[in-house]
Ligand binder design. Structure first.
Ligand code: SAM
Length: 290
């Protein structure tokens, strides 16, 4: 990169970051870098080492910054979201995977260690983030990715195909709260592990414009945020093998209700509330009684 181009990339990023910060975006500088990397078609980490932007690229960059300043999600603009070891195609009609869900991914990979050829279900799979990341991280695993939204299923099938895991990730269009819909495809007592990042936000919660861009059915779950998790606990109790484990992400205000939902089935022990890096309770894990 010549020093002129370096200056222009630096000053473009600086102005973009100021504009995005004024629009209320906390991650303004990093979003500006993602957009620049997208326009220049390079990794964000390589930005300092590449040529550009030329006049056309600067124009395109400013257009994308203007979109982001209108609070269109970054991932909708660049068309992808990073999640653990994978990059997923995302856009309108599917939930954008969030970094906090990697807590469940790490827990799942850790718990699958030592199980040969485990069978896993990702209930409420969305773009396939957890299902595909588990299949990539644990090459002997087979995963059933269950999702009910027709628009999300399109993204899910596309990601499974693009990421080359179609031989080990089966996509099932079904409602995870309806045991009858799942039991035709997943035998009782067959799953070694379940992961779920279901909708869990109480309906009267104010959310950011980026969350408003996610499908409402992916986010909200009744007045208490429990309308999917409570029935899901019952369904999971039937499908899990003895000693099989489940990890469910939830709202940081509902940890005790989620623990209560698992305990109320009478079929789980080792029910544990887990906290994210900020110390908020965000995941409950449990073990199907042996
Ligand atoms: C919070 S998103 C999570 C998506 C993905 N697991 C992730 O972590 O990025 C919840 C997903 O559950 C789906 N969903 C909501 N209710 C459902 C139900 N009853 N059965 C199956 N899927 C459901 C939504 O369409 C959405 O894709």
């Amino acid at each position: 990169m010549t020093s002129d181009q370096m200056t222009s990339a630096g000053s473009e990023l600086h102005s973009a970051a100021s504009l995005l910060a004024e629009a209320g975006i906390d991650s303004a500088r990093s979003d500006a870098e993602w957009l620049m990397a997208h326009v220049l078609d390079v990794d964000r980490g390589s930005l300092a080492f590449v040529d550009g932007p030329d006049a056309g690229e600067r124009r395109r960059f400013r257009e994308l910054v203007a979109q982001r300043a209108r609070r269109i999600p970054l991932q909708h603009i660049i068309g992808r979201a990073a999640f653990g070891p994978i990059d997923l195609a995302v856009g309108p009609g599917v939930f954008v995977p969030r970094p906090e869900t990697e807590l469940i991914l790490e827990w799942a990979v850790e718990n699958l260690r030592g199980i040969s050829h485990p069978l896993v279900a990702d209930l409420c799979s969305g773009s396939g983030a957890l299902a595909i990341a588990i299949a990539v991280s644990v090459p002997s695993a087979r995963v059933v990715a269950v999702e009910k939204s027709p628009s999300a299923l399109l993204w899910l099938r596309r990601n499974v195909e693009n990421l080359g895991v179609g031989d080990r990730v089966a996509v099932l269009g079904a409602d995870v709260t309806d045991y009858a819909q799942l039991s035709d495809h997943i035998p009782d007592g067959s799953l070694d592990l379940i992961v779920a990042n279901p909708p869990y936000v109480p309906t009267d919660t104010d959310v950011s414009p980026e969350v408003e861009a996610d499908p409402a059915e992916a986010v909200f779950a009744g007045h208490d945020g429990m309308s999917v998790i409570t029935p899901l606990a019952d369904v999971a109790a039937r499908l899990l093998a003895p000693s099989g484990r489940i990890g469910v992400e939830h709202d940081d205000s509902t940890s005790s209700q989620v623990i209560g939902a698992f305990e109320a089935t009478g079929r789980f022990d080792d029910v544990v509330a887990r906290r994210d890096l900020a110390g908020r309770p965000r995941v409950v894990t449990a073990r199907r009684r042996p």
